[in-house]
Structure formats: C-alpha cells, structure tokens
Design a protein around this ligand. Structure first.
Ligand SMILES: *[C@@H]1O[C@H](CO)[C@@H](O)[C@H](O)[C@H]1NC(C)=O
Ligand SMILES: *[C@@H]1O[C@H](CO)[C@@H](O)[C@H](O)[C@H]1NC(C)=O
Ligand SMILES: *[C@@H]1O[C@H](CO)[C@@H](O)[C@H](O)[C@H]1NC(C)=O
Ligand SMILES: *[C@@H]1O[C@H](CO)[C@@H](O)[C@H](O)[C@H]1NC(C)=O
Ligand SMILES: *[C@@H]1O[C@H](CO)[C@@H](O)[C@H](O)[C@H]1NC(C)=O
Ligand SMILES: *[C@@H]1O[C@H](CO)[C@@H](O)[C@H](O)[C@H]1NC(C)=O
Ligand SMILES: *[C@@H]1O[C@H](CO)[C@@H](O)[C@H](O)[C@H]1NC(C)=O
Length: 579
C-alpha cells in the first residue's frame, strides 16, 4: 500500500504542464496513418455494405445507375477485384448513384474506397434528398494508382428516398469506387457504442480487497470513493467578468479546471493602438486561474481572418506587418511562456489566409515554428470551425485539415513540436450529425495527434440541451479526443444564446447537462459494500480519488488516495483494517 500512496502523492503534485505533456502522443510520420493509407487493392465494404446493394461490384452494375452525364462500367483488376468506373465525365457530379431509403431518427455511416485515373483530388459523398437538396457527408483525397478510404455520415431528420452519389472536381479523370457502404444505426445503438468506448478508454476496473490485519476477509465493509480530480480536461471558456463578479467566480471554480479566455489574449485586445500594449486584463485572469488551479489554453497569437486584426494591422504593408507580427509573437508568447498548456497559434488558418496573402505562403508554418521555440513545452494547436460540426464544409473538411497539419509538420523548425488538432465545435441549428462528427474524429485521430474540442457550443433552439449532451458524449467517448472546452457560460458573464446559467445563476437545461456529465464522469461519491470475500470491484473514470473504508465492527476507518489512469490497473488494492 505504501508504494501506491507515494506514487499518488507524486501524481497529486503535477502541474498543468506535466499533466498535459503526459497526455501527449508522439507525432508520427503521415505514411503510417492507418486510415489515411493508399492501398493497391481496397478492403471489403464495411458492415457488408449495409443497405447498399452490390457494394463490392461482384454483380456488375446491378443496383447502380449513371448520375449526371458519362458512362459507368465495372472493371476487374489484375488481382481479380471488381470495381466501378465513371468515364466520359464532364461535370464534377458525374458519377454512379444508388437510391436508398432513409428513416427519420436513424444515423448512417457512409464509407467507400476511391481512386482517380489521373491526378489527386477530393472526392465527396453526396446525398440528394427528396429529389432536390444536395447534402455532402464525407470526403477523401483520392489519388491515381492506389485506393483511399472515404468516411462520413448523415443523420436522417426525415424519412425519405435518397440518392447517394459522388463528386470530384476533376471531370477529366475517371472516378473509380469500390466497397461502398451505408450502414444505419439507431440512437440506442449509437449510444451503446459511446458507452462501450467510454468504458474502454476513459475508465479502468479497480478491485479493493478489505481484510483484517491477519488477512481474513471483512465482509460488509463500506468503501466510499470520491473523485478529487478528473483526468480528462472538461473545461469552459472564461471572460473578464470573472475578475469582478464573485458569483461568476464561484460558479466557475466549482466546476472547471480548464479554460480558454474568449477574447482577452487576442491581439486586438492587447494592442488596440500600435505600440501601446496593455496586458492588465489577461494578466489578472491568469492570476485568478493560477490561484484556483485552473489550466489555461492560450488563445490566440494570431487570427488569419482579415476581419479580426487590430484595426491598425489591416492596412500595414507587408514588411511592416512582418515586423509588427514578430513583435506580437515575442511579446505575448514570452509573457506567458511556461504558464499555458497550449497555444492557438494561427486561428482559423484553413479558412483564411490574411498572413499568407501578405507575408508569404509559409506564414502560418513560420509562426508555429517561432511559437514553439519561444514556448517549447506548450502544445501548439491548429484551431478551426465546421470541420466536424458541418458536413457541408468543404474548405476546413477533415481531409483539408490534415493537409494543413502536414504543411506545418513539414516546415523547417517544427520538428519535435507538440502539435494538436483544435476543433472549435460550434454546432448550428438542427440535429447534430454525429455520424459525420465521428468519421471526422476517426480521420483526424488517425494522424496520431491529440484532438481537443476547443470552443464547443450549440446554437439556441428547442433541443439545445439534448444536442449539447449528444455532442459532449460523442467527444468524450472518442479515443482520440483528449480535452473539451465549451464556449458557453452564465448570463452574468454576457453569454446570451449559449447559456449554462440564467441571470440568477440558476442552471439552464444546458447547465443541467453539464453538471450531470461532470458528476457522471467523476465527481460524485460512489459507495460499495464488500462481498463475502471482502472484495469490491468497481469501474472508475480516470482521475484521482479519496477512498474511505469503514466497517460497523471496526472503530477506525481507513483512508487512502488512488490515481486511476489508462493502462494503470492496480491489481488489487489491499486494505487492512485495525480492529
Ligand atoms: C450533361 O452535359 C451537358 C453538356 O455539358 C450539360 O449541359 C448537361 O446539363 C449535363 N447534364 C447533367 C444531368 O448534368
Ligand atoms: C465513353 O463514351 C463512349 C461513347 O458512349 C463509349 O464508347 C466509351 O466506351 C466510353 N468510355 C468508357 C471508358 O466507358
Ligand atoms: C419533400 O418534397 C415534397 C414536395 O416537394 C415536400 O412537400 C416535402 O415537405 C419534402 N420533404 C422534406 C422532408 O423536405
Ligand atoms: C434536415 O437536415 C438537412 C440537412 O442537414 C437540412 O438542410 C434541413 O433543414 C433539416 N430539416 C429539418 C426539418 O431539420
Ligand atoms: C483474524 O482477526 C479477526 C479479528 O481480530 C478474528 O475475528 C479472526 O478470527 C482472525 N482470523 C484468523 C484466521 O486468525
Ligand atoms: C490598461 O487596461 C486597463 C484595463 O482595461 C485600464 O484600466 C488601464 O487604464 C490601461 N492602461 C493604459 C496605460 O491604457
Ligand atoms: C515554404 O516552405 C517549404 C518547406 O516546407 C519550402 O520548400 C518552400 O520553398 C517555402 N516557400 C517559400 C515561398 O518560402
């Protein structure tokens, strides 16, 4: 027992930085990514193709028709594999299609293997709903000479006949496909998969063996387990109201150990007038965070959107911009060096390219390299919106996100840099497409880089709280996700449409969801009674715990601290009670 206690004490003193670097995965060369591979022959269709007829094209084109113009044909590889080919294409949507029936309330994962007869281009899965509306539901970069795996999904908010087909912007190339799958899941099946994953990736089984000093089992001992610190970072944005509003402070500190400042660290906040830097507010917020043991993500050094530059920056000529940006980098990163768990280095640089346009194509990559050298311990994030929350997003789709990561990783000076994937996760109106979200997390997770949901919120609408719960569960259950920060909060902090608490700090339905999940994922005390062998078996969310063991016939209770982590399964915690 002594050894375990010492280990716990050590773990208890870990700082934000140590904790985060402990979570860090190694960045791996892209060639090794399992689901990003390009294969000589495709794999078989997932789920036997689901509701797709003739998914492997072993029955010629049965079930498939031409979509748009062009011709379709089944071809056979030298190894005897059959696949479909769309030739004589003139437009990006010219391909092959199949009609399927979608049922309201079901979630569908779509997948398939794709290849182009020449070049390299993005291929999208497209659903034509009700004969007119086109909804995109998955993307892959297809190449000449090998097969790439497309993964995506669609949620049916209606029952309707739907035509599935594929899009590639390069109509001069033939589009090849094989092993196409569309698999329906009920909400219950989806949830059960989440729960299984949570059990596997976020929890570990722990056994307590309670005995007398002479090792005789103590039946009926009560084991009370209380989480003192969760291992999974589930946090919330904070803003400058925290400095003056004591109720807001109490509300925050009672719930969260991780945060991002919404706007206070941004360039437009710290240097409104050129040369007049003012860090009074972010400094005070950092002080508050430190005093309360709250870990902070730095947000952001730059923002690649023209609109969100400090006013005076917008019109600077390139050489002056370069100089001003170098000063900004040095100023903010040196100031908070060693105090933050992460930096959003160049916010939204897949959608926008203000710095690239003015300074050069490698501007973002250069700034990642500079930030890393100024603050080598902080994890450097790309931070984008729509990547997982909106299947119609083409610019910041998961495949384009991966291209951006590659660009940054290949740039000189970023070798060894802890790089991570930031997904803002601002969900709009309508049923969240969890099928698309999961496929995006799978694709991005295959890079081996850690993923954080960095600004999770759900737009105001009738099912807002339910949708928030669905999204948070989907995130928490995904093995590649290593943290969640919500951009939501109480009315007194100025939040309006994404409220967690009203003007009197009474929970909104979304606030109830958050408190329920905080409790479910860890904090609530758990009580168990030892069986006739003196044993308690329990599955605990990863975190640090205080354990108190009592027995009605024994005067002194026994207290211990344990740390439950992935891969750390204390065989048996032996608890010996003095009579
Ligand atoms: C077929 O191609 C012609 C000529 O490019 C075009 O005008 C027509 O709209 C196409 N039809 C479809 C269904 O895409
Ligand atoms: C392209 O269309 C022509 C005319 O319909 C047809 O003869 C030819 O086989 C098509 N090409 C392929 C590769 O299918
Ligand atoms: C499908 O189209 C019909 C006729 O245009 C329309 O009445 C119906 O509301 C549409 N259904 C959905 C789910 O959009
Ligand atoms: C159903 O989903 C589609 C695609 O996301 C969306 O365009 C449409 O507005 C939604 N309809 C309803 C009734 O939510
Ligand atoms: C072990 O100790 C308990 C409490 O002192 C006693 O009741 C029990 O008989 C002992 N068992 C053995 C096997 O000595
Ligand atoms: C810096 O900002 C603080 C907080 O907004 C303000 O009170 C102070 O006057 C500012 N200092 C200068 C020199 O402008
Ligand atoms: C951008 O960086 C790449 C290395 O990642 C380099 O090969 C290329 O020449 C750079 N381009 C410019 C314009 O500096």
């Amino acid at each position: 027992m002594k050894v375990a206690l010492e280990l716990c004490n050590f773990l208890f003193t870990t700082s934000c930085l140590v904790l985060i670097s402990g979570l860090q995965l190694h960045s791996m060369p892209y060639d090794h990514f399992a689901t990003l591979e390009c294969l000589k022959e495709p794999r078989r269709a997932q789920y036997g193709g689901g509701i797709i007829v003739n998914p492997d094209f072993d029955h010629n084109t049965k079930g498939w028709s031409v979509y748009g113009n062009g011709t379709i044909k089944v071809r056979t590889s030298n190894d005897g594999n059959n696949f479909i080919v769309a030739s004589n294409r003139t437009q990006s949507l010219d391909s092959f299609s199949q009609k399927v029936q979608l049922k309201k309330g079901m979630m569908y994962t779509v997948s398939g293997w794709f290849q182009l007869s020449k070049g390299s281009d993005i291929v999208a899965a497209v659903f034509k709903i009700n004969g007119s509306e086109l909804v995109r539901g998955g993307y892959v970069i297809a190449n000449q000479g090998c097969w790439s795996f497309l993964k995506g999904g669609i949620v049916a908010n209606f029952s309707s006949s739907v035509e599935i087909f594929f899009e590639s912007d390069n109509p001069t190339a033939e589009l090849w496909a094989d092993s196409v799958s569309l698999k329906p899941f009920t909400i219950e099946q989806w949830r059960s998969h989440q729960d299984k994953n949570i059990e596997r990736v976020r929890k570990s089984k722990v056994r307590f063996q309670v005995t007398h000093l002479n090792e005789t089992a103590l039946e009926g001992a009560t084991v009370v387990i209380t989480q003192t610190k969760p291992n999974f970072p589930f946090g919330c944005a904070m803003n400058s109201h925290i400095l003056t509003n004591i109720e807001y402070q109490k509300w925050f500190v009672a719930r969260f150990k991780y945060t991002t400042f919404t706007n206070e660290m941004k360039w437009y906040s710290t240097e409104k007038i050129q040369g007049q830097e003012n860090y009074t507010i972010p400094d005070a917020m950092m002080k508050f965070a430190k005093e309360n043991g709250i870990c902070v993500r730095g947000h952001s050094i730059f923002w690649d959107d023209m609109k969100f530059q400090p006013q005076w920056v917008k019109s600077l000529p390139p050489n002056e911009l370069r100089e001003a940006a170098a000063k900004r980098m040095n100023s903010v990163v040196s100031r908070y060096n060693g105090q933050l768990i992460a930096w959003d280095v160049m916010n939204e640089n897949i959608h926008y390219h203000f710095y690239e346009d003015k300074i050069g194509v490698n501007a973002s990559a250069e700034y990642y390299s500079s930030a890393y050298h100024l603050d080598p311990k902080a994890t450097m994030f790309v931070n984008e919106y729509n990547t997982i929350e909106y299947s119609g997003e083409t610019i910041a789709s998961p495949v384009n996100y991966i291209r951006k990561l590659q660009e940054i990783q290949q740039f000189p000076g970023t070798a060894g840099m802890p790089l991570a994937i930031g997904l803002q996760g601002h969900f709009g109106r309508g049923v969240p497409n969890l099928a698309y979200m999961r496929s995006g997390l799978d694709l991005l997770g295959a890079t081996g880089l850690p993923i954080w949901l960095t600004e999770t919120s759900v737009e105001d609408q009738p099912n807002q709280a339910q949708y928030l719960e669905d999204i948070l569960r989907e995130s928490y259950s995904h093995p590649a996700v290593q943290g969640i920060i919500m951009f939501q909060g109480p009315a007194q902090a100025g939040f309006v449409y994404t409220l967690l608490a009203d003007a009197n700090f009474k929970n909104t339905p979304s606030g109830d969801v958050v408190d329920k999940l905080i409790n479910e994922w860890g904090t609530g005390p758990k009580t168990a009674i030892a069986d006739s062998r003196g044993i308690v078996d329990i599955s605990l969310h990863h975190g640090d715990y205080d354990v108190t063991v009592t027995h009605p016939l024994i005067q002194h209770s026994k207290k211990l601290k344990i740390s439950v982590r992935k891969g750390f399964s204390p065989d048996t915690m032996n608890v010996k009670m003095h009579t």
